[in-house]
Design a protein around this ligand. Structure first.
Ligand code: SF4
Length: 60
C-alpha cells in the first residue's frame, strides 16, 4: 500500500495540496503540510505530487 510523505524541510506551506485534496493533506500549525491518510478515492494523488511547487510530496 502506498505511503504519502511530505518533506518538512522542503515544503513551503503553500496549501495547494490541501486545496486539491483535503482528505489527505493538511497544513498544520507548524506551517508545513502533513498527510492524514495515504489514499483518497476522489483525487489522484500522483497529479498532486506533480503540482507541488517544491516537489515535497513523495508516494512510496
Ligand atoms: S503543495 Fe507542496 S509546498 Fe505546498 S503545502 Fe503541499 S507539500 Fe507543501
Amino acid at each position: 500500500m502506498a505511503k504519502v510523505t511530505i518533506d518538512a524541510s522542503v515544503c513551503v506551506g503553500c496549501g495547494l495540496c490541501e486545496q486539491l485534496c483535503p482528505e489527505v493533506f493538511e497544513v498544520q500549525a507548524d506551517g508545513v503540510a502533513h498527510s492524514k491518510v495515504d489514499t483518497c478515492n476522489t483525487h489522484n494523488i500522483s497529479e498532486i505530487v506533480e503540482q507541488c511547487p517544491v516537489s515535497a510530496i513523495k508516494v512510496e
